[in-house]
Write a protein that binds this ligand. Structure first.
Ligand code: CP3
Length: 341
């Protein structure tokens, strides 16, 4: 089916667009009262993710309510560890928790390589959402980058330092590569399944990129991201590696269309490091959206001008915080949609 609004896909491919397109990380979520309502009817976050009708409903909410130029399928990066054999729980007000973690070679050997059938609920949610969107905007699929998934599999929960995961890299480099390769193979299968189901574009989230040294990042993260980029050529791919300042030059060489920036990355410097052949995505500090309307508008226009008219997909530098006001989020989106160079 042809898309009525394909601005994001065109920007990703480097084509000129009438205006800068916009979507927001975590656009479906607690910032929308409509999401909290659906969420309250469910047993919890996982039930929402695992029930295609509800996942579809909350995926489309931000398109209707915020007017963003893309939907992102409502799921989580942690579905991959679960499909490989490590189930997770989303503990209210605390975050993810895994009862089993990876400690030894035997643990890694026991993990399965995931296939799309293992994640049929995401695949079904994508199919249903494509049908319900009826071509209004593209649908973005996603997965965690292998290093970030590895970090949760070793650590077993969120962490400020992920020192257990980093300890594993230093003390078991060979086992680390074995595990990272299994995650990579699972992720490629999963993303291919998302494309077959209808995803128009994909994003890899490397949320914990910034805690590795540049050398470790090349060895344990970029190597596997680059395998995924090389394996997926059917739809545009975005790589977002949070805080990975040191990796920007190398990321310019990845076989992907778009690189995500966080707000700590200078826009002009990033363009110079990444080069002219990638679309850049980002990168406003989500905390700007706590400011007054005038400040939001002023800073948003400043950001748009720094990126320039071409090869930019507007977004935030990380996900929306749940306590932001919906109207201020909408002000950010509207300012971008109304601006013309
Ligand atoms: O709108 C969207 O962006 C799509 C849905 C989406 C979610 N998680 C839903 C979610 C996406 C793309 C993710 C990715 C994700 N999940 C990442 C990478 C992006 C990032 O934030 O760095 C990571 C690290 C996770 C793991 C995760 N999921 C954590 C650490 C938490 C707990 C913290 C929190 O925000 O509550 C989650 C839960 C989660 N994933 C929520 C949502 C909407 C909140 C759960 C709720 O509704 O109670």
């Amino acid at each position: 089916m042809s898309l009525k609004n394909d601005l994001i896909l065109r920007a990703a491919k480097g084509e000129k667009t009438e205006r800068t397109p916009v979507w927001l990380m975590r656009q479906a979520g607690r910032v929308l009262p409509e999401y909290r309502e659906v969420r309250a009817k469910m047993g919890g976050f996982k039930e929402l993710v695992e029930t295609p009708e509800f996942a579809c409903e909350v995926t489309i909410q931000p398109v209707d309510i915020l007017g963003v130029d893309a939907a992102i399928i409502f799921s989580d990066i942690l579905v991959i560890p679960e499909a490989m054999g490590l189930p997770y729980q989303m503990v209210e007000a605390k975050g993810p928790w895994f009862e089993k973690t990876i400690k030894s070679k035997a643990d890694i050997d026991q993990l399965r390589i995931a296939h799309p059938e293992d994640l049929h609920y995401v695949i079904d949610a994508i199919k249903l959402t494509k049908k319900e969107l009826n071509g209004r905007v593209p649908l973005i699929g996603f997965a965690g980058a292998p290093w970030t998934i590895f970090a949760y599999m070793i650590e077993g929960s969120g962490s400020k330092t992920f020192s257990k995961a980093k300890k594993f890299l230093y003390t078991n480099p060979e086992l680390s590569h074995l595990l990272l390769q299994k995650i990579t193979d699972s992720t490629i299968n999963y993303l291919k399944g998302q494309i077959v189901a209808g995803a128009d574009m994909l994003q890899l989230f490397d949320s914990w990129a910034g805690i590795l040294s540049p050398e470790q990042y090349n060895q344990f993260s970029l190597k596997y991201i680059s395998q995924i980029c090389d394996a997926i050529n059917e739809v545009p791919m975005t790589v977002f590696a949070k805080d990975a300042h040191f990796a920007r030059r190398d990321m310019g060489k990845l076989n992907c269309n778009t690189i995500g920036l966080d707000w700590t990355m200078d826009i002009v410097e990033s363009r110079e490091m990444i080069g002219p052949n990638k679309t850049l995505q980002g990168n406003m500090d989500p905390c700007l959206l706590y400011a007054d309307y005038e400040t939001i508008k002023k800073e948003t226009i400043k950001m748009l001008k720094a990126f320039g008219p071409n090869r930019h997909i507007a977004n935030l530098g990380h996900g929306l915080y749940p306590d932001l006001e919906k109207d201020k989020v909408k002000c950010y989106v509207d300012t971008i949609k109304e601006f013309r160079f």
